[in-house]
Design a protein around this ligand. Structure first.
Ligand code: SF4
Ligand code: FES
Length: 250
C-alpha cells in the first residue's frame, strides 16, 4: 500500500504555533483528507485536533486550508490533490483554537449584523405567503440558499484578510436573499448595514476568491455585483422584490 506524507500546521490549546509536523499515512482508495486526519489521530497522535460532523459536505465544520486552498476536508480526496504530499493548516482570517480548529465567532458576528432572520410586519397574520415557482425570488435564489456557513469564503477573501470590519461574502449573500424575499420588511435596515463605509459591500474588490472557493458553488461575486448595482438604482430592487410573491392563498 502507498504511503502519503501529511504535513500539519499545529498549535497548542492557546492557539500558539508549534510549527509543522509530518506524518506518514497509508493511502486507501478514495481516502479523504478527513479520513487521513482520523487515521493520524487514531494511530499516531491522539492529541491532533480538528472538527467535523456530517462527513458528507453538509455541515461545513471540517473547513481547513488544504495545499494552500480553503476546502472541506471530507470532500477532498487525497488521491486527487495531484501532489506527493498534502499540507493542512487552519483557515486564515479566523482565530485558531487548537491545531486545525478555528473559532467562527467573528464570522457569525458579521452574520448577525445583517439581521439574518426573516423580519415580516405580517408575522402574526394567518395568511400564507405563496412564492410562485416562476417568481424572481424563486428563480434567483435556489443556488444562493445553499450556504452551510463553513467560513471558507471568509477565509478566501483578500479584503477580509486586511479588514477585520468587512462583513464578508457569506453575510452579504444572506442579506441579498432577505432583501429579495418579498415577505421581508427590513430591506432599508439591511441596506444601511451593507452600505457602511468600512464594513460594507463597497470594500469588495471583485477578486472572485470567495466564488472560486465556495464548496457549494454559490456565485458570491454575482451576488455582490448585483447588490451594488441595485444600491445604485434602488428602483430596480423594489420592482424585483414586489414581483416576487403572491400573498394570500384564497
Ligand atoms: S457562501 Fe459558500 S463558502 Fe461562504 S460560508 Fe456559505 S457555503 Fe461556505
Ligand atoms: S464534516 Fe460536515 S462538511 Fe465536512
Amino acid at each position: 500500500m502507498n504511503t502519503y506524507q501529511v504535513r500539519i500546521v499545529r498549535s497548542d490549546e492557546k492557539g500558539v504555533s508549534r510549527g509543522v509536523e509530518t506524518f506518514s499515512v497509508a493511502l486507501a482508495d478514495r481516502m479523504t483528507v478527513l479520513d487521513a486526519l482520523f487515521s493520524i489521530q487514531a494511530n499516531q497522535d491522539p492529541s491532533l485536533s480538528f472538527r467535523c460532523a456530517c462527513r458528507v459536505g453538509m455541515c461545513g465544520t471540517c473547513a481547513m486550508t488544504i495545499n494552500a486552498v480553503p476546502r472541506l476536508a471530507c470532500k477532498t480526496q487525497v488521491g486527487r490533490l495531484d501532489s506527493p504530499s498534502v499540507t493542512i493548516a487552519p483557515l486564515p482570517n479566523l482565530p485558531v483554537v487548537k491545531d486545525l480548529v478555528i473559532s467562527l465567532e467573528p464570522f457569525f458576528e458579521q452574520w448577525k449584523k445583517i439581521k439574518p432572520a426573516l423580519h415580516s410586519e405580517a408575522r402574526d397574520s394567518n395568511e400564507l405567503a405563496r412564492i410562485p415557482a416562476g417568481s424572481p425570488y424563486a428563480r434567483e435564489t435556489p443556488r444562493k440558499r445553499d450556504c452551510i456557513t463553513c467560513g471558507i469564503c471568509y477565509a478566501a477573501c483578500g479584503v477580509k484578510a486586511t479588514s477585520g470590519e468587512y462583513l464578508g461574502p457569506a453575510a452579504i449573500n444572506k442579506a441579498f436573499l432577505r432583501i429579495l424575499d418579498p415577505r421581508d420588511d427590513a430591506t432599508e435596515e439591511r441596506l444601511d448595514v451593507i452600505n457602511g463605509e468600512r464594513a460594507g459591500i463597497w470594500r469588495c474588490h471583485t477578486q472572485f476568491g470567495c466564488t472560486a472557493a465556495c464548496p457549494k458553488k454559490i456565485d458570491l461575486t454575482d451576488t455582490l455585483v448585483r447588490l451594488k448595482r441595485a444600491m445604485l438604482f434602488p428602483s430596480k430592487l423594489k420592482k424585483l422584490k414586489k414581483k416576487g410573491v403572491s400573498k394570500a392563498v384564497s
